[in-house]
Design a protein around this ligand. Structure first.
Ligand code: NOJ
Length: 754
């Protein structure tokens, strides 16, 4: 036997995988001899072997996804799977205990002909049980290490519940604050979003998907979902090829390059073709140009929705359009199961395309190690959720995401011993601090601002609490108590904001101002003449036209997650120095939308873009954020890499030749009275190009701690091919000769590419 095996192995090594499959298949039941069951065989061989054994029905089921568990998502109502065969490709698993998942997996692995494990997915967007700030807040931290740590924690908790695959990160560029889903992404800028996309993918997936603690990522929503007109969810988008390439695709390309296992197609139609039926994006770009070897899953019911969108007259044609365009797995709506086999038999879908899709799904299952370890180890929740080190990451990320927008007369941090009137609907609120897509987070896990500040201050300061009013409505009966609290205090900390259901999926708002009742409460408190620090909890940028002038300090805290209280209290008392900077522009009023920093030059300079009634500039621009300390920036210097002859911001031009790279440097000194973190944002500008470009484009950023009295140097190594080039409507990058600027804050150095 040993000898035979030896000979066989020798033979196998000299054969093509195809012949190998044929030999191993003959009557063998030994795991090692059935190629797809052999953990030592290369994944592609295992996939090929398994595929060759599958019937048409089995293949189609691998491309279908259903729900398992009690789905409480109001926008995506789907009953738990009823006719479970064990042969389904994937289940969206809504649960925190792995027992049910394991039982279903057992059916699949032990009681089906081929024993193909199921892939369990779920929306783990900003944490599973340890809920972190919403992604828009995470982006404002500019701290890629913390974002990565949060993804690792989320992955660990989700895996312990039986999840193999998260529908995250959401990397849609969003420039319309009315759109509720702006909360779920990393803001308005392609570079920041691309960076966070790659960081999240790598953190979720680790070095090897089969490792403990690694979970498959899913870039969504592919593509252009954030361009929804007027911020209305699910509606059509109008995106030119140029904008598709320079704005909406980069964050997906970055995620794909980082190894993202899957993508989710978006609901929107792109200039007439629904994204879930768009061959150009799913096949030509993703699978051909970017050579992505993973698969694309539809968004919820998106295949069926091709009928609603007016593309396909019925579900069968919808299936044909979606599948032939490159959409591999069908989420929930049963279209593939009902129609795909017939379409193959009728020759309307090729067997080649079918096999390609199945291969992609199987490949991920092998990569995740599901064939070897299909079950989740069942452990008590206390050993897997909300561990102290997880909460520490949550607190750090929350505090670094908060953005101090105004701080007149240094009203913050609070003075020691000051009596504080803590007012507003957000103060004791825990539920809304979780934000939308709270994973499996629960209200009870959240430390409120009230509890956080109480714990932080102990007996040191008196806190006088009044709710004042609710988030909305017209009930002003609490105003009196609130004013009395303000009058009895030295400072008012007023906590206003949005409910979590006001952002997220299908949660658009026509105005991004807070409801009038909250503004009125501030107006009343303003009359007391006490200094007022306003904290804002929201899932979007806000219109602060009326609020900002009445407040002495304003801080955006987003929806910070389970550690809301300690993070806010830490900043209020000065234990933390705020270091967040906006990842999205705060317009002056809703009427300015869409407004974002990287718009193109207008036709006229002085008079362009003016409004008759309001300023044309935003209230707070992208990258804006204050600190309790002061940072001084040295003159910006640039030199050709390897030389020590620097050019600075004067009239000088640094001329470089093709192939040369640059080093840009700036030194930042902390001249204030407190240690603090500073993020340097590096922009480039190409003032003249055959395709006009944004007024400036972020190309690099770095965040560092600078102790008081100390200086740190920030460096940007510039490769013109990468950093000065632009992308055209054909998806090809090009680099034109001429002038470019490297910019930091209001300094710029001119470079000439010869
Ligand atoms: C619909 C949402 O658009 C998407 O983001 C989510 O991943 C799926 N539903 C699954 O819940």
């Amino acid at each position: 036997m040993k000898l035979n095996l030896f000979i066989l192995t020798g033979l196998i090594l000299t054969l093509t995988p195809h012949t190998w499959t044929a030999i191993a298949r003959e009557g063998s039941t030994d795991k090692k001899e059935i190629i797809y069951k052999n953990p030592d065989a290369p994944i592609d061989d295992r996939v090929g072997d398994l595929l060759s054994r599958m019937t048409l029905e089995e293949k189609v089921l691998q491309l279908s996804q259903y729900v398992l568990g009690n789905n409480d998502n109001i926008n995506n109502i789907g009953e738990t799977v009823k006719k479970f065969s064990g042969k389904e490709g994937s289940l969206i698993f809504v649960g925190v205990e792995p027992q049910l998942r394991n039982a279903m997996q057992k059916e699949a692995v032990e009681n089906t002909r081929l024993g193909i494990p199921i892939l369990f997915g779920f929306d783990v967007i900003h944490g599973f049980r340890t809920v972190f700030p919403i992604p828009l807040g995470q982006a404002a931290s500019w701290n890629t290490d913390l974002v990565a740590q949060a993804c690792r924690v989320a992955a660990r908790e989700a895996i312990s519940a039986g999840i193999d695959w998260t529908f995250s990160p959401m990397v849609d560029i969003a420039r319309d604050g009315r759109w509720g889903r702006i909360a779920e992404g990393f803001g308005e800028d392609p570079y920041l979003c691309s960076t966070m996309s790659a960081v999240s993918v790598k953190a979720y997936q680790g070095d090897d998907l089969a490792d403990d603690g690694s979970i498959a990522a899913c870039l969504k929503h592919y593509v252009g979902y954030g361009a929804s007109e007027a911020g209305r969810d699910y509606v059509a988008t109008e995106i030119s090829r140029q904008t598709l390439w320079d704005t909406y695709l980069p964050s997906f390309e970055a995620g794909v390059k980082a190894g993202a296992a899957t993508l989710m197609s978006s609901f929107n139609a792109i200039s007439g073709i629904p994204a879930s039926a768009k061959h150009y994006t799913m096949t030509e770009i993703l699978k051909e140009k970017w050579a992505h070897s993973g698969f694309v899953v539809s968004d919820w019911n998106a295949v069926d929705q091709l009928v609603t969108q007016g593309m396909a007259p019925d579900r069968k044609q919808a299936t044909m359009y979606a599948f032939n365009a490159g959409l591999d797995m069908d989420m929930v709506d049963n279209c593939y199961v009902e129609n795909l086999a017939d379409l193959v038999k009728e020759g309307k879908v090729s067997e080649e395309r079918l096999d390609d899709a199945v291969r992609r799904v199987l490949r991920l299952k092998f990569r995740l190690g599901l064939f070897e370890e299909p079950y989740t180890v069942e452990k008590p929740q206390s050993e897997r959720f909300l561990l102290p080190e997880y909460k520490e990451v949550a607190e750090q990320l929350a505090q670094e995401s908060m953005v101090l927008l105004k701080n007149e007369s240094d009203v913050l941090p609070l003075k020691k011993g000051a009596r504080i009137a803590l007012i507003g609907p957000v103060v004791k609120n825990r539920f809304d601090m979780l934000g939308s897509w709270e994973g499996r987070g629960i209200e009870e896990d959240v430390i409120s601002i009230y509890d956080g500040l109480k714990a932080e201050l102990g007996d040191e300061s008196e806190i006088i609490y009044a709710m004042g009013c609710d988030f909305d409505g017209e009930d002003t009966s609490g105003f009196h108590e609130a004013t009395a609290a303000a009058e009895a205090a030295d400072i008012v900390v007023l906590c206003l904001g949005e409910k979590r259901a006001w952002s997220g999926e299908n949660a658009s708002r026509s105005t991004i101002a807070l409801p009038q009742i909250q503004e009125k409460l501030l107006e009343e408190l303003d009359k007391t003449g006490k200094p007022i620090a306003v904290l804002l909890s929201s899932g979007r940028p806000l219109d602060l036209t009326r609020i900002a002038p009445m407040a002495d300090a304003v801080m955006e805290i987003w929806q910070p997650g389970v550690m809301t209280g300690p993070a806010v209290a830490g900043i209020l008392t000065g234990r933390y120095n705020p270091s967040g900077k906006l990842a999205v522009t705060f317009p002056y009023t809703t009427g300015q939308i869409p407004i974002y920093y990287n718009q193109r030059n207008a036709a006229r300079t002085e008079r362009a873009g003016r409004y008759q009634d309001i300023q044309s500039t935003p209230m707070y621009e992208f990258g804006y954020g204050l600190s309790y300390t002061d940072f001084d920036y040295s003159p910006l210097k640039v030199c050709i890499y390897g030389s020590d002859r620097y050019t600075d911001t004067g009239d000088n031009v640094l001329t470089i030749k093709e192939g040369q790279t640059l080093t840009a440097e700036i030194t930042v000194s902390n001249t204030g009275g407190m240690d603090g973190k500073e993020t340097v944002l590096w922009y480039i500008c190409d003032p003249y190009c055959s395709i006009t470009r944004p007024v400036k484009e972020l190309r690099h950023f770095e965040k560092k701690m600078i102790r008081k009295g100390e200086s740190r140097t920030f460096t940007f190594h510039i490769d013109p091919e990468r950093d000065f080039s632009f992308i055209g409507p054909d998806g090809n990058r090009f680099l034109e000769k001429g002038d470019y600027y490297i910019m930091v804050q209001d300094q710029k150095v001119r470079i000439r590419l010869d």
